[in-house]
Design a protein around this ligand. Structure first.
Ligand SMILES: Cc1ncc(C[n+]2csc(CCOP(=O)(O)OP(=O)(O)O)c2C)c(N)n1
Length: 285
């Protein structure tokens, strides 16, 4: 039985007091406990950013990749051992900016993994530049007169990229977010959970109070998560902001379709005691 204490690391996080990442960290840990996952079989892959430091402070296996490159690493882990639970976590700059290509191709491939985007609508680590999801007009060091571009809508993007599980959570509602993460991990396929994550230092627009006023739960609004058209319409709402599961569908995963993976973990398919590696070893001497 895993409990929350098992997931605590010796070092404590250095996020700003009140950062939305604390809520996300708690929800990930709680979901691991609720699903009775063995931390030794969980890998958290991250990129670069304030939020990407999260796997330093959850006692599972982890890999800190390059900025925007956490998904290729997560994919590599899944290919090497698809029995592992793979969770990818990163910021909106990481996943919806520099990492956008990987995001789309991973949804298309439908690896069985969960992708959590800590969407604070700003570049936190580099001190407050606008990101691909910043609200139009937001001012920052990179846009002193306000950003003139329209933001990306990650939920609509995921829906149109054939993502098989598309959800949104709020870091200020930890029990609800925990439930979404549990469902995302249990889903057989690529699960996107975009998370409203207030950045208390650099984003003075999208605050806890802003989201508390605006969010409503899809499951309480009678939303049909099998209806792609309804999901797309709800994803476009801006007066009130829906959280919960927008859309969910079952499709074969990459690993269940790949000839090399169908018969089990590649490493376990080969009896290495039979292979003579002395010549290769010699070449490295
Ligand atoms: C290739 C590359 N380009 C740029 C950077 C600089 N950089 C580091 S983190 C970051 C953006 C962080 O924003 P986000 O991913 O939203 O995460 P947050 O810090 O807000 O959690 C940038 C531009 C980098 N480390 N590597």
């Amino acid at each position: 039985m895993t409990n929350l204490k098992d997931l605590e690391t010796r070092d404590k996080s250095n996020w700003c007091p009140g950062c939305g990442n604390f809520g996300i960290q708690t929800a990930i840990k709680q979901a691991i406990v609720n699903l009775s996952l063995d931390p030794a079989n969980v890998v958290i892959s991250t990129g670069i950013g304030c939020g990407s430091k999260i796997n330093q402070w959850i006692e599972t296996y982890g890999f800190a990749g390059l900025h925007g490159r956490s998904l290729p690493v997560a994919m590599g882990v899944k290919l090497a051992n698809h029995n592992l639970t793979v969770i990818d976590v990163g910021g909106d700059g990481d996943g919806y900016g520099i990492g956008m290509g990987h995001f789309i191709h991973n949804m298309r491939r439908n690896f069985d993994m969960t992708y959590l985007v800590e969407n604070n609508q700003v570049y936190g680590l580099t001190l407050g530049q606008t990101s691909p999801t910043s609200d139009k007009g937001m001012k920052g060091p990179s846009t002193p007169f306000g950003i003139i571009e329209d933001p990306i809508n990650p939920i609509r993007l995921a829906l149109s990229s054939d993502c098989t599980f598309v959800a949104r959570g709020f870091a200020g509602d930890i029990p609800h977010l925990t439930g979404l993460i549990e469902q995302g991990i249990s889903h057989k396929g690529f699960a996107l959970i975009d998370i409203f994550q207030p950045c208390v230092t650099f984003n003075k627009i999208n605050t806890y109070a802003y989201f508390r006023q605006k969010v409503y739960k899809l499951e309480e609004a009678g939303h049909d998560a099998t209806n792609l058209g309804e999901a797309f319409a709800r994803a476009g709402e801006s007066e009130k902001l829906p959280i919960g599961i927008f859309y969910k569908v079952e499709k074969p995963t990459y690993e269940s379709s790949d000839v090399g993976l169908k018969d089990g973990v590649p490493r376990a398919q080969v009896d290495i005691s039979e292979i003579d590696v002395s010549e290769v070893e010699e070449s490295f001497m």
